[in-house]
Write a new protein. Sequence first.
Lengths: 425, 439
Amino acid sequence: MDRRVVVTGLGLISPLGNNLKESWQSLIQGKSGIRRVRSSISKNLPYSIAGEIKDFDPAQFIPKRKSIKLMNRGSQLVAAAANMALADSGINPSETGLVLGIGGTQYAIEDAVTAIYASLSEDMTVDHQRFGREGLQSLNPIWPFTLLPNMALCHVSILYNIQGPNVIFSSIASAGAQAIGEAMKKVREGEIPALLAGGCDTINPICLTSFFLKDLLSPSSDHPEAICRPFDLKRDGMVLGEGAALLVVEDLSHAQKRGAKIYAEITGYTSCVYGLGEMPAGESLARDTNGAEISIRGALEQAGIAPEGVDYINADGRSCEISDWAETEAIKRVFGDYAYKVPISSNKSMTGHLLCASGAVEAIFSIMSIMENIIPPTINYHHPDPRCDLDYVPNEAREKKIDIVLSNTFGPEGDYTSLIMKRFS
Amino acid sequence: MGKRVVVTGLGTVTPLGLNVKSTWEGLTEGRSGVNRITLFDASTFPVRIAGEVKNFHLNGFGYDPHLVDFMSRATKFCFEATRMAIEDAKLNLKTINPTRFGISLGTNEEHVHLDQIDEVYGEFLTYQALASGSNYYFDSSKPLGKIWPIRRTASITTFLLSLILNARGPTNTSVTACASSGHAIGRALRSIESGEADIMIAGGCESMISEFAIAGFGLLGALSKNNDEPHKASRPFDGKRDGFVLGEGSGILVLEELSHAQARKANILAELTGYGSSSNAYRITDSTPDGSGADICMMAALKDAHLSPDDIDYINAHGTSTLSNDRSETRAVKKVFGRRAYEIPISSNKSMLGHLIASSSAVELIISILTIQYNIIPPTVNLTHPDPECDLDYVPNISRGKEVHAVLSNSFAFGGQNVSLIVEKFIEDRNNKKRWIEG
């Protein structure tokens, strides 16, 4: 008999609040966390709307000032989420390992701008010899730490003395959910009794500009809180955001032995890749639908439940025209008539797309739905799209007994991940 | 008990050659692949040497030219290594069940070169320039800027490969710097052991020899500045070492479930039996002085393989040629192997290849498998001034013939993420194997 895997600790920091309680309250009240981002990031950028974390004070979680200086914002957020999750679960960190989903360091080119300018020749091309001689001098000696993708693991394992397995998974968007799924597998296979798993992503000038240049973002508006409209007819692109979410994923018998509080059980996980981002619209609809279908079916199968067993779908719903059609269509294919009965909602309507953090953040919100029997709404939903004709829990949260949640996270790269969380009994 | 996992195909692109054979010949002859940097003008940089892949061309698969344009240098290495590994394994892609066929890679983000700056960041830099009140102007009209964010992500190689090979099984990308491909291979091992997949393409690729990486690691003082004698720059365990040398390349293995490999009468090169992972939880830049962290990882791999320290015939060391790593690794080996540490040959391929970062673990595992196949241990070159703190048998300068049944291969990332893998000579009957171990 396989080991059962449960969640015993939650740590979250999101645009909706700097801890789980605040975030959840905003979420069920339908308050958006999307706004104009702080000027230090948005100065002179063509686009400046995102789900930004407000008033984050790393010193609250990280005792040493020197460590804070060496950490980029991503590592600081992971440290904060780890702090909260570990405290919540009461587990001894040295018994655990760390599995993270992180998008990338985004290269922090903004910190190298001075070095680049110092190396320009008359025709505005970068002169290598000048860069070697002069540009290098203006680089901050600790800047190289941003070159390495594993720094969050490094900092957090040092902070809490976590010596177990340490892995990072990467993709554009589904890595957070993937990390939780992979952690579930490691625990189920008996490699380690407990792991801290989840994801993190931050907004930065490069990221905002590049998504804007790719025409993936919803056009700017004077009402930033209203521009992310998943499944609404007038949706016109995603909104980025930042956040970190970590879960303590633990072997049931280990959790019971130490008398831990058990939030929920993770029973299904599928991750697959189906094609690649840059595709004509028609093809990408077919691809997205197929990918989503495979992912949802796989997770249900692994959890050993019929589609009718699912009480609520925490959708990917990223507010892009095609992806929302595709997800709706995939749900109809898998769930048949039941698709019209099962409530579906998108947390992204309020948080924005937290990229690699989104899968983990939404897994935590899904677990909260089970704990509190409340379904958070899809806000900004005013104009029904005839091709998106399911129950998206528009604008108002809803009470319902929830035992099993399906949480979808699909990335623009063509990666699809689904998780199934179940009330523990 | 989980399913058994064997290696049936290998492919590499390294600074010593564009295939497994030439890399192996270079290593056993003790040749160095480190030379002056030619990928960009490094003449004014404090560090001017690296292990570059030379004369590289992408062959096979009949790629769409647009796709080739889209690929980064590291992705191209990976495609080439994968093609070789699939040919080596004599895999017929048409007969494979796509949902039982997966990909697990250890990679890194694409490293932008200075002369690509305006293509990639032109518009962004112009905004920044405006912010600082100057009037720099970059040409950002090139379409590349628009696809770049996706092209640059670490996971792109995995995605492209799954597309080309029609692999629909478990797919993941690990990014733990120097341990990336080790974790990827470990994940692939688990995917097959647990019955999720029959075949996995596992390994990694890296091409980090860029102005920013050389500058960045240089600023940290981690790179060797022995610019005048590039061949002698990487000297793991030697008293005169002054840092590591950056390299590039790719290593890919075809991992297969045993009965699947036997059913198609594949040539079995070795069995992958152990995977261990740990974290130092010590410091960002330094290894632990007493080797703790690394010992947990090696022990975990031994336990996973059901082997005792006495069963290991050769250790393929991480051996980066930094003071901190070499001493820490030596102490960790002593912790795990006790008095036997002095009897087991240990060598570092990085003395000749340089440090291939995300692909190092995969390439070194491939070398470990060849060690089993040919019963030859490649040397640690440039070991001429022994460091009294590093007093084990590092197979100095000349390769050595020895019967090798089981190899432990270490990779320890900058930042403290460790991975150890164990490969063994394939013996069909496990009970027989047990007897041999006990004997």
